[in-house]
Design a protein around this ligand. Structure first.
Ligand code: FAD
Length: 497
């Protein structure tokens, strides 16, 4: 019998599985679709304290989240890196002195050691003022971090598997029933129907957490999560520098404009209650118009529907704390334990953020220890994620080393691979001397060797998995190349069968 079975391969499930197996528990996880196919690939992708949560007095959350920025950056400097945010000041905002004080608090609470502090910008002189409409004179610039969200999940799952956890993808937990000192869990997925036994269950099903309680566990758990939809648009690059903007819209809501995948700008997010099936969530016309209008309040160059190259939408599974407005519902996580060691215990996970996923896992582990007894100590604060073993601030040095080892490879390709796979880029490239040795080309620098790596090491099954979650090559490859990739993956499957 396993110690722990985790339902859900989003960031919370993957982080719990990784932490638990690293402490010596036996662990398996099931994800009904692809890893990170739920909310965890639909985020704004910030590792941040959440400046605006200060306004909602979420001090515990902000403090924990701020401290996580440097911990997570050090653990995965390939997929997480610092960003500077420019917050232009204008009449509709709080007085400049209040904002300055809020940012000083943000700097102070964050226990910052490596990230640079807040400073004031003169937008009439600074490059950050150039893309904006005339009239913006003063801005504040502060630090947070960026994360490649889908890869954050996959690397947690990879690390869990490297340490001995079993990861089932495209495998649904259909039911889980208590009895004989644990759970009997029915799975249905790519390996057919299976039954497994585990002493504890962790329900990290995100937007489906209530469905798992009410359907798979057969309980009448009611409604605990409030689904809040958030959508983003990706446009052609709106400006040249590498900083982000933090804007406040005329309705008081905030949004970001962020440099994205070199050639694009990411704009989001919206915040609206969602009542449909989470799997069907998609950006609405109203949200698109809202984001375009918001961008047009600030950027001098008009942004239109024609500039949009992609959009995505997800639902935040927030703990329902009864807040009236969607944007006011708590972003903090809540854990609820039910049952005990004798009868089989379950921990239901509500809410959370990418930023606090590692700390959420530690809190889950504290509860697991109460039921199953303690094994190893907490370890993830100092652990690195696969490929991230080169330290913060060393990305450029690591890239130079990679370029020396692969002098025949295109510099842009090496940079991209290092950003995705870190030191494991060497496993992707193997003995290849130039692109010609990397197998079939699917456009936009995506070669067979990378696809093979993703299938062998990162549970990629379909072109969608490769193009939109493991990489974002979907933004650049043609429909024909995507179809060839699908054929290539299908042929690999057949030759395996
Ligand atoms: P999910 O990622 O949805 O994972 C749950 C998984 O469970 C799914 O993959 C699902 O397929 C699986 N599952 C469900 N039922 C079953 C079953 N029966 N059997 C097997 N598998 C099952 N956080 C930040 O820190 N920074 C941000 O900038 C940020 N921006 C955001 C912007 C938006 C618009 C949204 C929506 C969220 C944002 N977040 C951000 C929050 C963050 O993305 C979420 O808190 C986090 O991804 C939730 O992860 P999860 O693992 O709980 O859920």
């Amino acid at each position: 019998m396993l110690d722990i079975f985790v339902v859900g391969g989003g960031i919370n499930g993957a982080s719990v599985a990784r932490d638990a197996v690293g402490r010596g528990y036996t662990v398996a996880l099931a994800e009904m679709n692809d890893l990170a196919s739920g909310t965890s690939s639909a985020a704004t992708k910030l590792i941040h304290g959440g400046l605006r949560y200060l306004e909602h007095y979420e001090f515990r959350l902000v403090h924990e989240a701020l401290a996580e920025r440097e911990v997570l950056w050090a653990s995965a400097p390939h997929i997480i890196w610092p960003l500077r945010f420019v917050l232009p000041h204008h009449k509709g905002l709080r007085p400049a002195a209040v904002l300055r004080a809020g940012l000083a608090l943000y700097d102070y609470m964050g226990g910052r050691r490596l990230l640079p502090p807040t400073k004031t910008l003169d937008l009439t002189k600074d490059e950050a003022g150039k893309p904006l409409k005339p009239g913006y004179k003063l801005a504040f610039e502060y630090s947070d971090c960026w994360v490649n969200d889908a890869r954050f999940v996959v690397l947690n799952a990879r690390d869990a598997a490297d340490r001995g956890a079993t990861i089932h993808v495209r495998t649904k937990v259909v039911s889980a029933r208590r009895g004989d000192g644990g759970w009997t869990i029915e799975l249905d997925g790519e390996a057919g129907k299976q039954t497994v036994r585990a002493r504890m269950l962790v329900n990290a099903a995100g937007p489906w957490v209530d469905a798992v309680i009410n359907q798979s566990l057969g309980k009448n758990g009611g409604r605990n999560v409030r689904l809040v939809q958030g959508s983003h648009i990706v446009t052609k690059k709106l400006y040249e520098h590498d900083r982000c903007y933090f804007f406040q819209n005329s309705d008081g809501r905030i949004f970001f404009a962020i440099p994205y995948e070199e050639d694009f700008t990411l704009i989001g997010t919206t915040d609206r209650d969602y009542h449909g099936d989470p799997k069907d969530v998609a950006i609405t016309e109203e949200e698109t118009a809202y984001l375009l209008n918001a961008a047009n309040e600030y950027f001098a160059q008009g942004v239109t529907q024609d500039d949009i190259v992609w959009s995505y939408s997800g639902v935040r599974p927030l703990y329902d704390d009864g807040a009236s407005a969607a944007q006011e519902a708590t972003r903090d996580y809540v854990l609820k334990v039910e049952g005990d060691a004798k009868s089989g215990a379950v921990i239901n996970v509500f809410g959370g953020k990418l930023t606090t996923s590692r700390r959420l896992a530690e809190s889950v582990l504290e509860k697991i220890e109460e039921v199953l007894g303690k094994k190893g100590p907490a370890w993830t604060a100092k652990g690195t994620l696969p490929g991230g073993d080169f330290g913060p601030k060393s990305f450029d040095a690591e890239l130079r080393k990679l370029a020396m080892d692969y002098p025949g490879m295109n510099a842009g390709l090496l940079r991209r691979l290092l950003r995705l796979y870190g030191t494991r880029a060497r496993t992707v490239l193997g003995e290849a001397k130039s692109e010609a040795d990397l197998g079939p080309h699917f456009g936009a620098d995506l070669y067979g060797a990378e696809v093979d790596y993703l299938v062998a090491n990162e549970w990629a099954r379909t072109a969608q998995d490769v193009l939109w979650r493991r990489t974002k090559r979907g933004l650049k490859v043609s429909a024909g190349d995507a179809a060839r990739l699908e054929d290539y993956l299908a042929a690999r499957d057949e030759s395996r069968a």
